[in-house]
Structures are given as structure tokens and as C-alpha cells.
Design a protein around this ligand. Structure first.
Ligand code: FAD
Length: 801
């Protein structure tokens, strides 16, 4: 071990070795992995070794497909046999909704390039896996890219391939301490102290402690997990080929052949956490006693699905632990305020995700950004609220227990809620608010009469008419929306203006004005779809999506200048928006200030009732609208005042579902759908807000190159879909004459224009209005066509009233 490396990776499991391999492969060979014990000594050695590309989150599915395609390459490069068996696999559907979900997902996988799947009848599935009973099975999806491998050999293969490329490995050497030093990190180990520019936490079961060593509290916890392996099953012994992998979602089990026996893994509904503060340091390669009482129901399902199990003994039980984040996705990337500290932890399926995690992290460390959108696994998708142990317990437990349970897009899950509530929350609940959640905050999704229950569905729900009424009230009178779920950052100081001018690609608003502000990365890709307010008193606000708070703060922090004070004020600044033709009349009743003179995209301070509010004249609905910001202490009073003033003007409280419909009718994009960090201004139409002649700003050269080049291959277009009972929601494939030309970014019903609308990223030569297309909505092919953007009020007259 040398005294200095460019990178020290802590942890010799499948994730740490994959990070090491990818760093070396991409050109950083002054890298060293330090492992407490032996390779794979954490979760990795006792994993079931199953690999499959399918995942309900399309981004994770793409990551898994990359990992699987990489495995044989790594094995060959290392010269290590990983016992890779690509048997293919089946996912079973045991309810009509699940079957519909599987058909919908089959199409979504096509959108992300996983084409080697097929839907099949129970009879066809049975031919592929004769050992299973197909009782209750309504259909199945076959995937070629499934199989299993030997876990420890895979870890050794990654490490060996990395070593061949110049990386070092030090085993049996525990990291004891991490200290931030000017040149990076000082890593104190049992065998001496090392300094490095970058340190990677790939500590698996010990990730929590490796976070705490650097003053970071990661939202991660281990949970226990069972599988068992049977003695020889005569039916398998008699087969001339291997049985494929089978995931029985309704039965909570996954299976694969293990020699001539069957390996059955169980996602326990009655989950059990273990060592929430991280595994003990002296935890060796031991397992827990099996807890069959806890998994009785799942075992019954397994024996019903595989009747042959009645006649064979169980050879081995494995009850081990592995780690989960609140949403089950990995925690990857840099941490604000800890330069050179990188996370690669909470990887719950290291053998099928570890390759993708390694690639993503290595790209991030070397190039400063990743090829694919890393958001779904970015550690910055959580904030300080998620450090709480009870929050972690509830959310990780919920994810684990529901791993094989179907979650509907309109379903609200209870774990970790309610946590953050705007002050008027209870008053809104009394008024019928139904709640969704964003970054721990309760946000109203619609208002319903007492006793109304929304039915979980993949199609239009029974809340459809309620949302339609909220849209109608907004288009015809005035809608009131709690906008506490927007983020707000205050910027001041002598260099505030210069800094904003550098980090934003737009021209800055003049005093008393607001402006839509694209923010770009150095490579000219999007980093934000923000709004800037120049309050005219030397203070500025940046407003954006609430759930991106930590993500944006990390970016601002990394690109900060002296003389700038930046504060995230979102917990204390809240508010309501008014939108609709009567919204000005409501405000006029509450202020004697010149609110009528406030121009479109103007902003200023007004007395609204008794509240001194910061008001911006803009809306996401496409109507005349105002965003009225107040302190948290004034939130209840502001709501009361607005509701009273609007009583005879048709005011109605609305939720974010109505906002979704209203913004689609205007073809307004939103972050994570039409705007992501892998899209460019030209693709998304964000280029129209760029101030090309204002001088330097981050991403300018790359954006100019896009503008002056041949144009993007794909662009966002607005589609009208001939769908009667369901709408697109995202990632559905879009076809032209049988050729896939793109995918839906978001969709829904436009209640005012009475159309099923989708925004889609499609080939530019298909984006002309009038082009006939088809789209798979919940698995069924529907005709569709490109329409001109903004089917409601295309000239924008209503907003400028
Ligand atoms: C029963 C079971 C079945 C599973 N089946 C599958 C499956 O079929 N497919 C799949 O993909 N995944 C499966 N998993 C999950 C899989 O095991 C994990 O996702 C994976 O092992 C995580 O790898 P890791 O490298 O992040 O963590 P770990 O394997 O826990 O590795 C972390 C390493 O860091 C080292 N370390 C920690 N702290 C220090 C320190 N201070 N100094 C030095 N070294 C340190 C540890 O010794 C350890 O070796 C299963 C898990 C279980 C429990």
C-alpha cells in the first residue's frame, strides 16, 4: 500500500470492485481498494446470484441491462470463470391488473431498448418451466437477459480485471477513520494512513459507519432476506436443459435452478431490519438462523407454485442481510460540502446493478457528469429529513415488503408520512384535500367529498371527475393551489447578480421582474428549469421543484463565488397560487396596492389582507395567475383571506393533479419528465430562454455548438392520443409505420380541451404537426398524431390578460 492514491475505494464487495474496475477502465489507474476482510465478505458472498434486466423503474432497468451485458466481458478480461448461466427468465402475472401491468411494462422496456422480451400464455410459460404449476397464472413475460452467476467469483473477476489495468487491492485492512484534509481525504487504516483526492464509500452493510466517519448520515439500513436450496429435484434431474429463472410476483418468490435442486428466494411481507446503525465490525461471514414463522405465507405460495418441493428436502437455508435506501434504489454520487467523498452504497441488487453503479460513479468522478441520467440513484435525491431513523425504518421496510407487490401510479403509500406539512394542511384536509408526497412534504393532489375513496388503477381513476371540476374552475373562474411544494432559494450579496448571470443561461430579469431560467452543465445539458425573481432590493429568488432541493443546493455550492449569500428558504417561505380569469379580481379585493398594474412576469411586494407578501405574476396553468409567497406563520391567514375574497368569484381549491392536466394543455414541460440532465436546450425547447449574446455562462460553448450544428436528433412534441379509458404516463413507446421513433415523457387527460395528451421525445422528422403515430398506452396500441404545441390558448392570451 502506497501513502497516496488518487482514489481509495473502501469495500471489496461487488459494488466496490465494480467501481474500481470502471475507474481503471476509464483511465484512472492510481486507485486502490481497501477491504476489511476478504473479497465479498459482506452481503456479496451469500447472494443468490440471480440477474435480470427488468425493473419497474425504466432507468434502473437500463442500468441492469448494462450490468448483465458487461459480466461475460469482465469474466473474460479477468480470466475468472463466474459460472454465468444465461437461462432466460419468466415473470408471472397472477391477477388481471398485474397482467395488464406486465403488458404495459413489456412496451416500456422496448422504449429503453430491452427488446429481447416476449409476452406469453400460461401454457407457453409452463413449457419453458415445466416444474411450476400455472394455477392462477394469467400470463407471463419472458426475458432472454436473465440468469445467474457465482457471486464470489464475480467479485474476484471485477477486482482481477481492475488489477490488470493497474489498480491495487489491499485485503484484511479495516478503514478506521476518515479525515477531510486540504488535498482530499486522509484514510486511517489498520495498516497505516493513506491520503487520496477521492474516497468512495462502497461499504455495503457498513456504509452507515463509513458515512458517519465523514460526518454524513446516509438514509440506508440493512434488512434480512431468506432463500433456500433444495436437494435434487427428480424432475429437474430428468430435464435436458436448465430451468429458467421465475419471478412469481403474487407469490413473493423468485427461483432458479441450483445444480439439480431449486433455489427459492422470498421477499418477506413481514420484514425484519438488522443493525440499523451498520453491521458490527466483527461480523464475519455468518448467517442468521432461518425464521420460517415469519415467512410462512410466502412458503405456502412457493409450495403451491412448485408442487415437486413437497417431495424433496431442503439442503441449505440462507438468511442474510443486505442494504436498502427508502425507495430501494442505490445511493450514488458526491455529497454537498464533502468534496472528494463519493457514495456507492445501498445497492440492493449488486450483481444486477453493480456494473451500472460502477460505470456511473466512475464517469461522474472522472468527467464530472454521467452519460445516463443518474437522478434515480443520486444520493442528493434525499435531504436531512431522511436521516431520521424512524423515517428510514418505515420507508426501507415498506419498500422491502412491497418489492413484489404491485404499486399503482395513483396509489399513495403510507410509510414515513405525514412528515412535513404546510401550516394550512389541517384546514385543507377539512376542505377535502387528498395528499401526495414530495420530498417528505404533504402536497394536495385533489379535493374530494367526505367518504370518497380513490380506486388504485393503471387507467383513469374515479377521481377523474373531481380533477375535471378543478380544471374547469381554473379555466373559467379561479383556482387556489398550495405552492408550499415549490423550492425557494434566496440570493443576495455584492456578487449575487454576477453569480446568477454565470450559472443561469438566461438574461437576468430587471428589478421587479421574473424570468424562466434554464441552467446548464458544462457540457450544455440541462441542470435546471428554474424561475428567477429580481425583487429590486438587492435580493433575488430562485424557484424550482421542491424535490430537487438538495440536488440544486449541491450544484450551487459546487459553483459558488465569493460575495454571494445563498440560502434555501423553502422551509419557511410558503404560499398559494391563484390562477384563472378571476384571479386578479380576488387580489384586488385584498390590496390597495397597484396589483392591476403588475405586468405578466412582474413581481413585487404587496399587502395581501394583513400579510406582507412577495407576489409574482405568472402561472403554470396558462391562465392569468399570481404566486403569493408568505412566511410559514402566515400560511393559514393567507389561505383564509384568499378563499373569503374569492367566495363570490368562483374560487375553488385545486391540487397538483389538476395542475398536471392544465400544464399539459399548454405543452409546458416539467423536470424529470420533459427536462432531465441528459437532455439539451435544443431538444426540449429550453433554448428559447437562452441569452446567446449576454457573454459567458456555464455551458455556453456546448449550447452554441448545438445551436449552430445540425440540430438535435430528437425533440419534444405534443401528441393527441385516441384513448378513451387510459392515458399515457411516461416511457410508453411511440411508433411510426411500425418503427419506434421515441417515447412519451409525460401524459394525461386535458380536461378543458377534452383530449388525451402526451408530450414525447421523438425523432425530429416525425415532430411535424399532423404526423400520424401510434402509442402503447397500458399495453394497448392507440392511434395518435402530433398536434401543434399548446392545444389550449396557443397564443398565450389568457396568461397576459
Ligand atoms: C440472501 C440474499 C440474497 C441475495 N440475492 C441477490 C441476487 O440474487 N442478486 C443480486 O444482485 N443481489 C442479491 N443480493 C444482494 C447483494 O448481496 C447485495 O446487493 C450486494 O452484495 C451488495 O454489495 P456491496 O458491495 O454494496 O456490499 P457488501 O457485499 O456488503 O460489501 C461491502 C464490503 O465493504 C467492506 N467494508 C466495510 N467497511 C469497511 C471498512 N471500514 N474498511 C474496509 N472494508 C470495509 C466489507 O468488509 C464488505 O466486504 C442478495 C442478498 C442477500 C442477503
Amino acid at each position: 500500500m502506497k501513502s497516496h492514491y488518487r482514489v481509495v475505494v473502501i469495500g471489496g464487495g461487488v459494488v466496490g470492485t465494480s467501481v474500481l474496475y470502471h475507474l481503471a477502465k476509464f483511465g484512472w489507474s492510481d486507485v486502490c481498494l481497501i477491504e476489511r476482510s476478504e473479497f465479498a465478505a459482506g452481503s456479496s458472498w451469500h447472494a443468490a446470484g440471480g440477474i435480470h434486466a427488468l425493473n419497474a423503474d425504466p432507468n434502473m432497468a437500463a442500468l441492469q441491462a448494462y450490468t448483465i451485458d458487461l459480466l461475460s466481458e469482465v469474466s473474460q478480461e479477468a480470466g475468472v470463470d463466474i459460472n454465468l448461466h444465461m437461462t432466460g427468465g419468466l415473470t408471472l402475472a397472477g391477477t388481471p391488473d398485474r397482467w395488464e401491468w406486465l403488458q404495459a411494462n413489456y412496451r416500456i422496456f422496448q422504449s429503453i431498448g430491452i427488446d429481447d422480451c416476449a409476452l406469453m400464455s400460461p401454457e407457453e410459460a409452463k413449457k419453458r418451466a415445466p416444474l411450476m404449476s400455472t394455477d392462477g397464472v394469467l400470463g407471463a413475460m419472458w426475458a432472454d437477459r436473465e440468469g445467474y452467476l457465482d457471486t464470489t467469483s464475480t467479485v474476484v473477476a471485477y477486482a482481477t480485471a481492475a488489477r490488470k489495468r493497474g489498480a491495487e487491492v489491499v485485503l484484511r485492512n479495516r478503514v478506521l477513520e476518515l479525515n477531510q484534509v486540504p488535498e482530499g481525504w486522509q484514510v486511517v487504516t489498520e495498516k497505516g494512513t493513506v491520503t487520496c483526492e477521492h474516497v468512495v464509500n462502497a461499504g455495503g452493510l457498513w456504509a452507515k459507519q463509513l458515512g458517519r466517519m465523514a460526518g454524513i448520515e446516509l438514509p440506508v439500513s440493512p434488512l434480512k432476506h431468506h432463500y433456500f436450496v433444495t436437494d435434487t429435484v427428480p424432475e429437474l434431474d430428468a430435464m435436458d436443459r436448465e430451468m429458467p429463472m421465475v419471478v412469481d410476483l403474487e407469490g413473493y418468490t423468485y427461483t432458479r435452478q441450483d445444480q439439480k435442486g431449486l433455489l427459492v428466494g422470498i421477499y418477506e411481507v413481514e420484514h425484519e431490519h438488522w443493525a440499523m446503525d451498520g453491521a458490527p465490525w466483527d461480523y464475519g461471514m455468518e448467517l442468521f438462523q432461518e425464521q420460517t414463522d415469519r415467512i410462512e405465507n410466502e412458503l405456502i405460495c412457493a409450495f403451491e407454485r412448485y408442487p415437486a418441493l413437497e417431495n424433496v428436502g431442503i439442503k441449505t437455508w440462507v438468511n442474510g442481510a443486505f442494504t436498502f435506501s427508502p425507495d430501494g434504489n442505490p445511493l450514488v454520487g458526491p455529497v454537498r460540502g464533502k468534496p472528494g467523498y463519493w457514495c456507492a452504497c445501498a445497492v440492493m441488487a449488486g450483481f444486477l446493478q453493480g456494473g451500472g453503479v460502477g460505470k456511473t460513479l466512475a464517469e461522474w468522478m472522472i468527467h464530472g457528469e454521467t452519460e445516463a441520467d443518474a437522478w434515480p440513484m443520486d444520493v442528493a435525491r434525499y435531504g436531512a429529513y431522511a436521516e431520521n431513523k424512524e423515517y428510514i425504518r418505515q420507508t426501507t421496510g415498506q419498500f422491502y415488503s412491497r418489492r413484489f407487490v404491485m404499486t399503482y401510479p395513483n396509489e399513495q403509500l403510507p410509510a414515513g408520512r405525514p412528515l412535513k406539512m404546510a401550516p394550512a394542511h389541517d384546514a385543507m384536509t377539512k376542505a377535502g384535500a387528498r395528499w401526495g408526497e414530495s420530498w417528505g412534504l404533504e402536497v394536495p393532489i385533489y379535493f374530494a367529498p367526505e367518504g370518497f375513496e380513490e380506486t388504485p388503477t393503471l387507467k383513469r381513476s374515479n377521481a377523474f371527475d373531481l380533477v375535471a371540476e378543478e380544471v374547469k374552475a381554473t379555466r373559467e373562474a379561479v383556482g387556489l393551489l398550495d405552492i408550499s411544494g415549490f423550492s425557494r432559494y434566496e440570493v443576495s450579496g455584492p456578487n449575487a447578480e454576477a453569480w446568477l448571470d454565470r450559472v443561469m443561461a438566461c438574461a437576468l430579469p430587471k428589478p421587479g421582474r421574473a424570468k424562466l431560467a434554464p441552467m446548464l452543465s458544462d457540457s450544455g445539458r440541462l441542470k435546471g428549469d428554474l424561475t428567477i425573481f429580481n425583487w429590486g432590493d438587492g435580493s433575488w429568488w430562485i424557484m424550482g421543484s421542491y424535490y430537487l432541493r438538495e440536488w440544486h443546493m449541491r450544484w450551487f455550492h459546487d459553483h459558488m463565488d465569493p460575495g454571494v449569500h445563498l440560502t434555501d428558504i423553502s422551509d419557511n417561505a410558503v404560499g398559494f397560487s391563484l390562477s384563472g380569469p378571476n384571479s386578479r379580481k380576488v387580489l384586488e379585493k385584498l390590496t390597495d396596492g397597484p396589483i392591476a398594474d403588475l405586468p405578466f412576469m412582474g413581481c413585487g411586494t404587496f399587502d395581501i389582507g394583513m400579510i406582507r407578501a412577495r407576489v409574482g405574476r405568472l402561472s403554470v396553468t396558462g391562465e392569468l395567475g399570481y404566486e403569493i409567497n408568505c412566511t410559514a406563520a402566515e400560511h393559514i391567514a393567507l389561505r383564509r383571506a384568499l378563499l373569503e375574497a374569492g367566495a363570490d368569484l368562483g374560487i375553488r381549491e385545486i391540487g397538483y393533479n389538476a395542475l398536471g392536466s392544465l400544464r399539459l394543455e399548454k405543452s409546458f414541460g416539467i423536470w424529470s419528465k420533459e427536462f432531465t440532465q441528459i437532455y439539451t436546450p435544443g431538444q426540449t425547447g429550453m433554448d428559447r430562454w437562452i441569452a446567446w449574446d449576454k457573454g459567458e455562462f456555464i455551458g455556453r460553448n456546448a449550447a452554441l455548438a448545438e445551436r449552430d450544428g445540425n440540430g438535435p436528433a430528437q425533440v419534444i412534441a405534443t401528441l393527441e392520443i385516441d384513448a378513451q379509458d387510459a392515458d399515457a404516463s411516461g416511457y410508453e413507446p411511440v411508433w411510426r409505420d411500425g418503427k419506434r421513433v421515441g417515447f412519451v415523457t409525460s401524459g394525461g387527460y386535458g380536461h378543458h380541451v377534452q383530449k388525451s395528451i402526451a408530450l414525447a421525445m421523438i425523432d425530429r422528422d416525425c415532430a411535424e404537426a399532423g404526423t400520424d403515430l401510434t402509442v402503447h398506452v397500458v399495453g394497448a396500441e392507440r392511434t395518435a398524431r402530433v398536434i401543434a404545441a399548446s392545444p389550449y390558448d396557443p397564443t398565450g392570451k389568457a396568461m397576459r390578460l
